[in-house]
Design a protein around this ligand. Structure first.
Ligand code: ZN
Length: 554
């Protein structure tokens, strides 16, 4: 047998194979795992330069596979102000003023994670509050769900948003008592003009248009963008993540990642889709095929198409089969006509591309399954592993269709209201009590034979998989009598490793700890099976190894 470059000993290794095998040690040579078994045998594989990592009884798992996130926009947000947990005007003012002081260079100051009730339960934020904090420079802050923002007067004036202006369907500039914008902006159409004050927003193109920068970025801009993405990759590695499925994309992101890879190797494996928007003709899929052809290494791949079928529940843009329980909220509109989506699904499937569609309401989920079904009847059954992202509400009859069509449910443990600090309202009232049983229905889907993979949707939620795992294993039903959707620890871990690998056709290369697989491993600070489930979110990675290289050390 080969000699090992790295051995991890004194560990509680969970291999995540289907038999639930556990062992003490792992040995790595080059970028592959060469051994999983007992300490003595692992030690016997050392040579004089072998790095020995003593896990001190901590769990060792396959590196986490984050199945739904946004690397570029997430990375860009890392350098913005974070307001999570901030309460009351004076605390808000203090943080924002300090940030403004430290970032004299910015044309627009941006803060994230401002709770809808950041001032108090009764008082909504207006531009006047924000003017008292930052009077002379444009400032805006986002709600945790990113669907609402509040801007000060300087920002609204510069963006010509103070007076009425058409911002398109589904978006709104909230008007104050004085007939001018109050400062509250709802949805992208209203938010983007202000956001644009901050610069070109290249980090958002993969999400907003799915297209490329209009003018080719200068060498300086490219290098700044690479640095931004690198900070995001470092953020992933520190959280034990060794692979991610990006849920927006364009050639520009692929190029930047390829440049980082050739500079010194990506610290995290990336899969980037072609993002298809509803204004694109079916022939646009040619670009997806080109991405698939050009990027197919084990560290950087494409090969799938991402679409959005609807929006989110809280702003009423999700498509519900029977509308919202709150009569004041009108139903969302599907973003693709049924025939258009079926044509795209059929054509993408025929080209051997995988499809991943954001569908939150049960009405949107139905339309996506219809499209997958028509692709199957046109092209015949194959191992396509098409996915639906979020699936927050699902019709009972569609759960069976998921299983029958082999569709992957890509779910986010941080998302159900009541988990990870999310309030229950307004979401659970909008869904309506009679639909609670089919909401975030992880268990119902799994029991029907559906494969689940887990992710965070970072930067919408905290990327930390240990917080996600904690959320999945401790989830509580919204009331008695509603079926429990909580997951077991092993199911959850599989969702963050093995099943994520399956969802990207890589189960033969990663997602488990076994000889011959890629050396993607995370060492945790404690034994995850031994700690109180309530304390899982206090664990942290101490070492992350990706492709045989240490990418993070505490
Ligand atoms: Zn997303």
């Amino acid at each position: 047998m080969k000699q090992a470059d790295i051995v991890v000993i004194n560990a509680r290794v969970l291999t995540l194979d289907h038999q639930g095998t556990r062992c003490e040690a792992v040995a790595i040579a080059g970028n592959e795992i060469i051994f999983a078994g007992d300490d003595a045998s692992a030690k016997a594989l050392r040579h004089q330069d072998t790095r020995v990592i003593d896990a001190q009884g901590g769990s060792v798992l396959p590196g986490f596979i984050e199945s739904h996130m946004h690397i570029f926009s997430g990375a860009a947000e890392l350098s913005q102000l974070h307001l999570t947990g901030t309460k009351g005007f004076s605390q808000l003012a203090e943080k924002v003023r300090a940030y403004a002081q430290s970032r004299r260079d910015l044309k627009l100051l941006i803060a994230q994670g401002a709770d809808y009730t950041i001032l108090s339960k009764e008082e909504r934020v207006t531009r006047h509050h924000l003017d008292r904090i930052v009077p002379d420079r444009p400032f805006m802050m986002f709600s945790p769900d990113h669907h609402t923002a509040w801007a000060n007067t300087a920002a609204l004036e510069q963006a010509r948003m103070l007076k009425f202006r058409d911002v398109g369907v589904g978006a709104e500039i909230v008007i104050g008592e004085d007939g001018l914008a109050s400062g509250e902006l709802r949805e992208g159409g209203a938010i983007d003009p202000v956001r644009a004050l901050g610069g070109a927003g290249r980090e958002r193109l993969g999400l907003e248009t799915g297209g490329e920068p209009e003018t080719s970025p200068t060498a300086e801009e490219r290098s700044a963008d690479r640095e931004t993405i690198k900070r995001g990759l470092t953020h992933c590695a520190r959280h034990g993540i060794t692979s991610f499925h990006n849920m927006d994309g364009n050639f520009y992101q692929l190029e930047l990642l390829a440049e980082i890879d050739s500079e010194g190797g990506l610290p995290v494996r990336a899969r980037i889709p072609f993002h298809m928007k509803n204004f694109m003709p079916v022939s646009a899929l040619e670009k997806a095929r080109e991405m698939h052809r050009l990027y197919r290494s084990e560290r950087l791949r494409s090969g799938f198409v991402k679409l959005f079928m609807d929006g989110v529940i809280d702003s009423g843009t999700a498509v519900m089969a029977a509308g919202y329980a709150d009569p004041g909220m009108k139903n969302g509109e599907p973003l693709f006509e049924a025939e258009h989506f079926s044509a795209i699904a059929t054509e993408a499937d025929r080209r051997g591309l995988q499809i991943a569609v954001h569908a939150i309401g049960d009405g949107a989920v139905t339309r996506v399954l219809d499209g997958y079904e028509s692709a199957r009847s046109a092209n015949g059954g194959r191992d396509s592993r098409h996915r639906i992202e979020h699936v927050e509400v699902v019709l009972t009859e569609d759960i069976k269709r998921f299983a029958r069509l082999g569709v992957v449910a890509s779910m986010q443990p941080p998302h159900p209201p009541g988990t990870m600090g999310l309030p229950l309202e307004p979401t659970i009232s909008l869904i309506g009590e009679n639909r609670w049983a089919d909401s975030y229905a992880w268990r119902s889907l799994r029991e029907a034979g559906v494969r689940l993979c887990f992710g965070s949707d970072w930067p919408v939620s905290d990327i930390n998989p240990l917080r996600g795992i904690h959320a999945a294993v401790t989830r509580k039903a919204w009331k008695q009598g509603v079926p429990e959707q909580r997951q077991s620890l092993l199911e959850t871990l599989a969702g963050y490793t093995r099943d994520g690998a399956w969802a990207e056709f890589m189960e033969g290369r990663k997602g488990r700890i076994a000889p011959g697989l890629l050396a993607d491993v995370v060492v945790l600070s404690d034994e995850i099976e031994a700690v109180d489930p309530q304390a899982i979110d206090t664990l942290h990675p101490v070492v992350t190894i990706c492709d045989g290289r240490v990418t993070y050390e505490a």
